[in-house]
Design a protein around this ligand. Structure first.
Ligand code: GLA
Length: 380
């Protein structure tokens, strides 16, 4: 099921009467390489995908926000004059973003709208970040706020961290805000410098959904973050970003085994991202794929955030001749893997991987070749 803006405008008319004044969309993302490095102020290389959260909306003059969610078939509303946390449902993302925008002194206006998304939830494709950025785009449109992608991504992250309570890094929000069609985005998560890197025509990016959903992800995520922060403190560094591979090898013996493995993942992953960006720019796709494979091994062995299903999917993918490389993507423990493959053979590749994976695990997978998309935008 993909969202279509005309159907969405229609749904708006049936619910609220008349036409929406704006349609906004913000994409999900797939991360090509650089996993669990963003909150260590390191490097990542995600790309925004052609799956998104869409909102059709129109201004109101009573400072209320009234929304109908097509995916949940539920409606909700709140007043901007009194934003209160109630539970963990989908409406909290709207309130969290409104709260974060008002916290920095932006004056918001009310609106009514219909929201619909086609990013699978909990699959590691950043449906929450997409929702946050779509909501920020909606508020910006109604109140006539200037759109600064980096600032808005930070506010989306703040909503996620402080309102929703997940201590995520900046990657998902930033690529959803600032993605560029045809490109991946190299992000320096310390300076927040962005560098679009073209995806060659000959390369297809295939998302391989294991059909499993992460369970303990939030608690293990926060635990890994804390483990990294404690290694940084041990070496009196601001973050693990400040440790390069050579220096790490000199000091690694001072760490106990598990801390050493966590840090080794982050340090080597940062190095792999930089090499991967060079390979992609030179269209050295074999070298790029090798780095992705290494990233998966590091996430599985050192960072311990993969799962049996993700490992089986990656194994099925790399066994295919069309595949340059494959790895888990996102926080881990379930959800999706990503493969980069020869674009002429992408369909055959996806069919073979799905069948091998299903044979090996009994799970029903979903596969899609995705297109690198633009970040959050107002369509009209
Ligand atoms: C989640 C978080 C991101 C990032 C990834 C792991 O997607 O939201 O900030 O940490 O996990 O790379």
């Amino acid at each position: 099921m993909t969202v279509n803006r005309y159907d969405l405008a229609d749904r708006f008319s049936r619910r609220f009467g008349g036409s929406p004044r704006w349609i906004v969309r913000a994409p999900g993302r797939v991360n090509l390489i650089g996993e669990h490095t963003d909150y260590n102020e390191g490097y990542v290389l995600p790309m925004a995908i052609d799956r998104a959260v869409w909102i059709a909306l129109r201004e109101r003059d009573d400072r209320r926000v009234v929304i109908h969610s097509v995916n949940y078939d539920q409606s909700g509303d709140f007043s901007l004059s009194r934003i209160e946390k109630v539970d963990r449902g989908w409406l909290e993302y709207f309130k969290g973003v409104a709260w974060a925008l008002e916290e920095v002194g932006l004056r918001l206006e009310g609106w009514e709208g219909v929201v619909e998304g086609d990013i699978p939830v909990g699959a590691g494709l950043s449906s929450s970040a997409a929702l946050e950025l779509a909501v920020a785009r909606a508020f910006a449109a109604v109140a006539g706020l200037p759109w600064d992608a980096v600032a808005m991504a930070k506010l989306g992250q703040r909503a996620e961290n402080e309102w929703i309570g997940v201590r995520c890094g900046i990657m998902d929000q930033l690529v959803s805000a600032a993605g560029r069609a045809g490109h991946a985005l190299r992000i320096d998560c310390r300076s927040l410098d962005l560098e679009p890197v073209p995806i060659p025509e000959s390369l297809a990016v295939v998302i391989l959904d294991t059909g499993t959903r992460r369970g303990l992800v939030d608690s293990v995520y926060n635990q890994r973050r804390a483990e990294c922060e404690s290694v940084a403190r041990f070496f009196e560094l601001k973050s693990l970003r400040d440790l390069d591979v050579d220096r790490f090898q000199q000091v690694a013996q001072q760490l106990e085994q598990s801390a050493r493995r966590r840090a080794r993942h982050v340090v080597t992953e940062n190095d792999r991202v930089l090499q991967a960006v060079d390979s992609l720019r030179r269209e050295e796709l074999t070298a790029f794929g090798v780095l992705m494979n290494k990233s998966h091994v590091s996430l599985r062995e050192d960072y311990e955030v993969s799962s049996g299903a993700l490992d089986a999917m990656v194994e099925a993918a790399v066994a295919q001749p069309a595949c340059y490389g494959a790895r888990m993507t996102g926080a881990g423990f379930g959800g999706c893997a990503v493969a980069v493959v020869d674009s002429c053979l992408a369909e055959h590749f996806a069919a073979c991987v799905a069948s091998e994976y299903q044979k090996a695990t009994g799970n029903t997978p979903a596969t899609y070749a995705c297109q690198p998309a633009d970040g959050a935008e107002v369509l009209f």
